[in-house]
Design a protein around this ligand. Structure first.
Ligand code: SF4
Length: 349
């Protein structure tokens, strides 16, 4: 008798710096997860990630059946139409879902990635508020990358250096330009690399909290996720700043993709529908994107078009739906629900 295929859900988180592609099993455990550089080409990155992850899990488990697909991140719509997503969710919902799954009584989530950072406030298992920083590099991973390069210390070793500091210096961290000149000054005054790196970690955390948490109630339990949560020096700096333990969950770098994969599974379970997933053959199709300005009215919307093998498969960016109504109805519905939730959270601020 032929063995049944292993049922899995696919989660894709497309960020501007990194893309995360993961598969979860029937117990919501990640059975394969990839963290790859987007390199300005999200479609090819997604395809390469899907093939690599597919090869790894089929070699471990044999045949697989993808029963649900979710996408999130700044490239979520693009990823969603290319692979055939069941849900397209904003990063707040996806990150919060995974954090609550891991730490059910979490109250505050710190998330710092390569180019942006966010804070999410949870009460009784639901998101009540959030803030995002997408414009200032001083509170993100790229700030640390840049400073590591300048000091000549491998970014992977930043955390260890930070923990060895005996007298961390205070670095003006409100922007990368100030931080850099301040760091040079401290080096010239004879501060050790350890003390400078610890000072940088504290300055990143200070900048993050000043930008995103000003006037907000910071309550434990705290969860810290995103690529920068790998850095033990930043974890300690957060713990010093909030005076409480900061939990780095397992799968800390994959939380968005993990959250949206689990949400996609729930969607399929609740609706009883079959997945929209187009299959791994999408990796062989040709995809192009085009941007144009609609002249249908004074809004002049910037509209994005996705073309698959010469045929338009999606539009977005139009305020009235003139173009995006061509999306498949299920994806459109979930994307609208996602947008509505973001608007509701914003309107409560
Ligand atoms: S997409 Fe709609 S709202 Fe935007 S410019 Fe065209 S007609 Fe106007």
């Amino acid at each position: 008798m032929k063995e049944l295929s292993k049922q899995v859900a696919l989660g894709i988180d497309v960020g501007s710096v990194t893309t995360k592609v993961i598969f979860v099993d029937e117990n919501d455990e990640i059975i394969e997860g990839l963290y790859i550089r987007t390199k300005g080409n999200p479609i090819d990155t997604i395809k390469a990630g899907m093939i690599e992850a597919y090869n790894v899990i089929t070699s471990k488990f044999g045949d697989i059946e993808v029963i649900a697909v979710g996408t999130t991140g700044s490239g979520r719509q693009l990823a969603g139409v290319v692979v055939g997503a069941d849900i397209i969710k904003n990063e707040i919902s996806a990150h919060a879902y995974a954090a609550i799954h891991e730490v059910p009584d979490v109250s505050t989530i710190f998330e710092i990635g390569g180019q942006d950072s966010k804070i999410i406030f949870i009460r009784n298992g639901a998101v009540i508020d959030f803030a995002m920083n997408t414009v200032c590099a001083a509170g993100t991973g790229s700030f640390l990358d840049h400073q590591a390069e300048r000091i000549g210390v491998d970014i992977e070793k930043f955390g260890d250096y930070s923990l060895r500091a005996t007298n961390p210096v205070r670095i003006a961290g409100r922007c990368t330009v100030f931080a850099e000149s301040d760091m040079i000054h401290k080096q010239q005054m004879g501060a050790t690399s350890e003390d400078i790196i610890a000072g940088l970690s504290e300055s990143l955390v200070r900048n993050y909290l000043n930008n995103l948490a000003r006037g907000k109630e910071l309550l434990p339990k705290f969860v810290f996720q995103g690529g920068v949560s790998e850095n033990i020096g930043i974890v300690k700096a957060f713990e010093n700043a909030v005076g409480s333990e900061v939990i780095v969950p397992k799968n800390n770098k994959l939380m968005g993709a993990w959250g949206v994969a689990m949400l996609a599974k729930r969607e399929i379970e609740i609706t009883g529908q079959k997945t929209n997933f187009k299959g791994f053959k999408v990796t062989e199709l040709e995809h192009k994107t085009r941007v144009f300005y609609c002249d249908g009215c004074a809004n002049n919307c910037e509209v994005y078009e996705v073309i698959e093998n010469g045929e338009t498969i999606a539009y977005w960016g139009d305020r009235c739906g003139k173009w995006s109504n061509r999306l498949t109805s299920r994806v459109r519905r979930t994307e609208r629900a996602d947008r509505r939730q973001s608007e509701e959270i914003n309107s409560e601020k």
